[in-house]
Design a protein around this ligand. Structure first.
Ligand code: NAP
Length: 315
């Protein structure tokens, strides 16, 4: 017989850890399944300058580590496991995980979002051989090289700035004229002597598949349609994220891009009706804000609703 948990939290990023702090403090002894990317996006970022309470900023991994310790102090437990399948129709609900079957009275889905790729076969073939979506993880290997970064949002700007620590030159390739990045990040990039911005430019192919090493990228100017090669030793993708909600397809409502649909940020639905005991928070259900502090906020809300649900059901 699988053990029954009051609350199982899927994901150990900012949303999941905040939900863990709250549910643990409420005495629910939550179990956190850390997922494929323990610590979530903050664990692979650098300085977080906009999380309230840190006037000088704080390193993402340190912030995450602090949150985890805080949750553990109140009795949350952690398992390095991920979800394989879920049945939310039964009560308690059933989760098939890489660490065995678990039953849960409430589930908090905080599985976040993972890096998006361009989807080119040459890009996929060269992941780990010069193609990366994580500058903080892999930037070190590109010392002295020229690098291209794809994207026009804050992630791409952050990657470009970070990579200047190692790279001889960074070229940002963006498919449109205008940038989605915040003004402050864009200004830092524009002011940087080692970063060049190329707009209206798409990557057609990553060169170097035969050599198992990135040698360059074939790019196309979308205004005049001309293709050319750019010699670089590395390609970083900063083109956003896709939500990790596929395990819930068919069980709860997802939108056309795969985000979990929620009411009041946390209540999940099935055919528009609220699903008992399943709450979602953070980037897996937030296509609009996607900030550390909003993830933490919705993690808190999910935890409070899980507590309320259990109380109403006599727990
Ligand atoms: P984003 O804002 O959605 O930007 C994604 C960028 O990638 C866009 O410029 C988009 O182009 C481009 N893109 C998407 N798919 C593409 C494709 N197939 N080929 C080429 N380009 C593609 O995502 P993000 O930069 O990851 O940021 C997400 C959220 O996190 C934002 O709210 C951001 O403010 C926040 N964030 C903040 C910080 C910080 O404050 N330090 C750092 C990182 C992220 P289009 O513009 O043409 O759509």
């Amino acid at each position: 017989m699988a053990e029954i948990r009051e609350t199982v939290i899927l994901g150990s990023g900012c949303a999941g850890l905040t939900a863990a702090i709250y549910t643990a403090r409420a005495g629910l002894k939550p179990l956190v399944l850390e997922g494929h990317e323990p610590g979530g996006q903050l664990s692979i970022t650098t300085m977080v300058e906009n999380f309230p309470g840190w006037p000088e900023g704080i390193q993402g991994p340190e912030l995450i580590d602090n949150m985890k310790k805080q949750a553990q102090r109140f009795g949350a437990s952690f398992e390095l496991a991920h979800l394989n399948a879920v049945e939310v129709e039964a009560h308690p609900m059933r989760l098939q995980t890489s660490a065995g079957e678990i039953h849960a009275r409430t589930i908090i889905v905080a599985s976040g979002a993972s890096a998006r790729w361009l989807g080119l076969p040459s890009e996929q073939a060269l992941i780990g051989h010069g193609v990366s979506s994580c500058a903080t993880c892999d930037g070190f290997f590109f010392r002295g090289k020229e690098i291209a970064v794809v994207g026009g949002g804050d992630s791409a700007m952050e990657e470009a700035l970070f990579l200047t620590r190692f790279a001889a030159k960074v070229t940002v390739l963006h498919r449109r004229e205008h940038f989605r990045a915040s003004k402050i990040m864009l200004e830092r990039v524009i002011a940087h002597p080692n970063i060049e911005l190329r707009t209206n430019t798409v990557v057609e192919e990553v060169l170097g598949v035969e050599d198992k090493e990135v040698k360059g990228v074939r790019i196309r100017d979308v205004v005049n349609g001309e293709s050319s090669n750019l010699a670089v030793g590395g390609l970083f993708l900063g083109i956003g994220h896709v939500p990790n909600a596929e395990m819930f397809a068919g069980h709860i409502d997802l939108d056309e891009e795969g985000y979990i649909k929620t009411i009041n940020n946390v209540f999940t639905t099935r055919n528009g009706q609220v699903v008992s005991g399943v709450f979602a928070c953070g980037d897996v259900q937030d296509r609009r804000y996607r900030q550390a502090v909003t993830a933490a906020g919705s993690g808190c809300m999910a935890a409070l609703e899980a507590e309320k649900f259990l109380e109403e059901h006599g727990r």
